[in-house]
Design a protein around this ligand. Structure first.
Ligand code: SF4
Length: 417
């Protein structure tokens, strides 16, 4: 058993002496199993969830909502959750009730936490090496100077100015990697999109302000290739990725991106050129594949067509187009990953798992990247209600590994060159 943690009005994190931790899966509150919990990893941050009450199990085994601080009953409390670094997949959401049920929560990937002995545990499993995404390597003192140096080197490059803003205002790690000249760097290029995802982080679709604003211009192939060549020729384990949190759908920009890829590959064979995409615009994907893409990550919430449409709300394409894009790219030797938006209580439902296994078996997918979906649980559950509970996220991942031994499971794109 784990004790419930709560945050005081001063921001202290304390354990409630008489209330056991509960987690959430779908619309259910559950007592976490040992295999669903790990010690809070370095790089995770503890946050208070605004305008909510923590929920736990009282000593009388009844579910309770904690309104007041047990050590100071005049003071209010808030639930505590963890935000996990890349490399960890959440197994349970925090258990809470909202003070105002009409209000949507901020778009964060909250994971449940609890205390055992003197250690804080989080409901998560490790699904990838997380060194490169450890916050200690980002937002360092030297970052502003690095940004200024590159802005001086390429004064006319508008993308760099966008990335400087993303680095300093949104603390985006793939933007910062462009200035640190290492690992995966992001290159946004497209303001519009051909989908309308419920949990879009670059455009407000849920009455919740999106955490970042979209790029508002379309760069030239010169601006794109200038940054890409600088990164691919100088960075360790270099990857450049089109399709970032501050843009729409990059494949809609295929004409310019294909031109940029050709310029890049005329100058260097080094590093990986990747696209993060919904892969709905097959003609665009084909153009970029022919130009020289190395990797493609396809974002998908569900492989059940009806649920896919309800979440992604595609405009002018279908799941069949996504499959065509995947198979065309794979036939070209491009490493294709699914960026599976995982949500405990939906992703691990039997019907979702069957559809996913069937999708992977019929299409040339070589890796599944687990992406904790940043969304208000009450909001998404209104779109995907069900009496069926999930089998559990840990069980789900073990089942994938058992049923698909050749399939790579991870959390982010790895270099392919
Ligand atoms: S595909 Fe991306 S940019 Fe487009 S709506 Fe979905 S999350 Fe937003």
């Amino acid at each position: 058993m784990y004790l419930t943690l709560y945050a005081t009005e001063k921001g202290e994190v304390l354990e409630h002496p008489g209330v056991m931790m509960l987690g959430r899966s779908g619309n259910e509150w559950l007592v976490p199993e040992e295999m669903e919990m790990i010690p809070l990893p370095k790089g995770a941050s503890l946050v208070a969830i605004p305008d909510c009450l923590p929920v736990g199990l009282g000593l009388d085994e009844r579910v309770v909502a904690i309104e007041k601080d047990p050590y100071n009953v005049r003071k209010k409390v808030s639930p505590v959750a963890a935000l996990l670094p890349q490399g960890f997949t959440r197994t349970l959401l925090p258990a809470f009730v909202k003070r105002d049920s009409e209000k949507n929560m901020p778009l964060f990937g909250y994971a449940a936490v609890g205390l055992k002995g003197d250690k804080i545990y989080v409901a998560a499993v490790k699904t990838d090496e997380h060194r490169k995404w450890h916050p200690v390597y980002y937002n360092t003192e030297g970052l502003p100077a690095r940004i200024n140096r590159m802005l001086e080197k390429f004064p006319d490059n508008r993308i760099l100015r966008q990335l400087a803003r993303c680095s300093l205002e949104y603390s985006c790690f793939t933007a910062q990697n462009i200035f640190y000249q290492r690992w995966e760097g992001g290159i946004p290029t497209m303001p519009s999109c051909n989908a309308n995802c419920l949990g879009c982080i670059s455009e407000d679709h849920a009455g919740v302000p999106s955490p970042q604003n979209r790029i508002n211009f379309r760069p030239t192939s010169h601006e794109i290739s200038q940054i890409a060549i600088e990164h691919l020729t100088k960075a360790n384990d270099a990857i450049i990725s089109f399709g970032q949190g501050c843009e729409g759908e990059p494949s809609l920009n295929a004409e310019v991106l294909a031109e940029a890829i050709k310029i890049i590959r005329s100058r260097t064979e080094r590093g990986t050129v990747n696209i993060n995409t919904n892969a709905g615009y097959t003609r665009g994907i084909k153009k970029m594949a022919d130009a020289g893409l190395d990797a493609m990550r396809v974002t998908i919430f569900s492989c059940i067509e009806e649920n896919y449409n309800r979440y992604h709300q595609p405009r002018g394409y279908t799941l069949a187009d996504v499959k065509d894009s995947i198979n065309y790219a794979a036939d070209k030797g491009i490493k294709v990953s699914l960026n599976l938006l995982v949500f405990p209580g939906i992703t691990d439902r039997e019907e979702e798992i069957e559809a996913l296994l069937d999708f992977v078996a019929r299409n040339n997918v070589h890796m599944i990247q687990m992406r904790n979906l940043n969304i208000d649980p009450d909001y998404i559950m209104r779109y995907f209600p069900s009496d069926e509970a999930g089998i559990g996220m840990t069980e789900f991942i073990n089942l994938l590994k058992y049923e698909m031994p050749g399939l790579k499971i991870g959390s982010y794109t790895h270099p392919v060159r």
